[in-house]
Ligand binder design. Sequence first.
Ligand SMILES: Cc1cc2nc3c(=O)[nH]c(=O)nc-3n(C[C@H](O)[C@H](O)[C@H](O)COP(=O)(O)OP(=O)(O)OC[C@H]3O[C@@H](n4cnc5c(N)ncnc54)[C@H](O)[C@@H]3O)c2cc1C
Length: 412
Amino acid sequence: MRSAVVLGGGMVGIGTALHLQSRGWSVSLVDRREPGQETSFGNAGIIQSEAVRPYAMPHDISGILDIAIGRTNDVHYGLLSLPYHLRPLLQYWWNSFPSRHQRISQAYAQIIARATLEHEPLIVAAGAGNLVRRAGFRVIHRQQAAFDKEAKEAEAINKAFGVKYKLLTARELGLAEPGLIDTGLGGLHWQEPWTISDPGALVTAYADLFTRHGGRLIRGDATTLAQTGSGWSVMSEAGRIDAEAVVVALGPWSPELLKRFGYSFPMVRKRGYHRHYSGGSPLDLPLRDAAFGYLMNPMAKGVRITTGAELAGPGAKLTPVQLAKAETAARELIDLGKPVEPEPWLGTRPCMPDMLPVLGAAARHKGLWLHFGHGHQGFTLGPATGRLLAEVMSGEAPSVDISAYRPERFRA
Ligand SMILES: Cc1cc2nc3c(=O)[nH]c(=O)nc-3n(C[C@H](O)[C@H](O)[C@H](O)COP(=O)(O)OP(=O)(O)OC[C@H]3O[C@@H](n4cnc5c(N)ncnc54)[C@H](O)[C@@H]3O)c2cc1C
């Protein structure tokens, strides 16, 4: 029987472990914490079948200026941290040119299209249907120009990829969400995404499924990874684990580990915050407030507000200015109630400069497989790209062309 250690128990690691297991591999999943307690815990909980075009950086002067002078709440940056981000950000900007972004979107759309198809059997087998709603999410607009722009974009996405949406007048939005105090100019309903009431619990349910089918879930430290004569070893609470193959699925921590093996992967590290609020008016579906760059999702612990991207220095303390602005803006729309946690949660979206995940064999080490960099949609994509990696590792032809995701594109 072939053996693998998967490092990282987020949605990406679990998705990989389950697909390897179903192909007959003996799999140990190693994490320093319980599975699903990091980025896959704190996200906005949407399985984003509408996100066929990854977020590009603005190229127009006014879009760049909005970020530079802090006119938008979508992005926040610490000036002193910019040198740290400069190289990956320039690559990101280069890849955001319309012709390149269009090619990237084609490669992205083919995995996004498989996201719900791949989650569905896992949700059923894991008995996690109670965590899932299949009714999409809504967007509220307060500025006509932005509304027109998104409506145009939605129409183009619908034409190119068949993704369904519906425009909403202010009245229709008010009828759908009676708790709203202000319905702005109306908005838009993306009808196909699925929303999860507790993202960490979905990962836990998938991890339970993995162990029920004989997988080993072990606490251990990925930084102890070492190459051996016959494969790889890692130290864990259960002692040394040996396997012929290892998968690095450590989300934002992946590039750091790989440096030890001589690989240098650029990553745009976009921090994001969340906080829950309870005791206010109910919200039916998640609502993104386009003018203030945040999303409210009715979840198990209350309404979870998640913020846009923050660029900060390595190890920088919490600077939840976007969350503060989001909370003020949310209170104009709904009775939000009180914060549940004393401090907001902070995590990092692991974004590659070309907006595509890294998936495949490492260039210079036999049995070392890479699977990270899913950016804004790793919770959506983990099971879909997990299948692709398991197929390649098992010597099968991958279900879709994976050349756009190959690690060598970075000459790391
Ligand atoms: C605010 C916010 C909102 C988001 N909203 C969405 C959304 O709605 N939909 C969506 O699809 N995506 C969303 N994302 C993105 C998504 O959460 C991530 O892309 C995804 O969770 C990445 O999964 P992962 O498994 O690669 O990483 P993680 O979930 O971070 O997993 C990595 C694992 O590695 C482990 N680890 C790290 N270092 C070590 C070590 N040394 N030894 C052992 N284990 C280690 C960690 O404990 C962790 O469990 C959002 C992200 C943020 C921040």
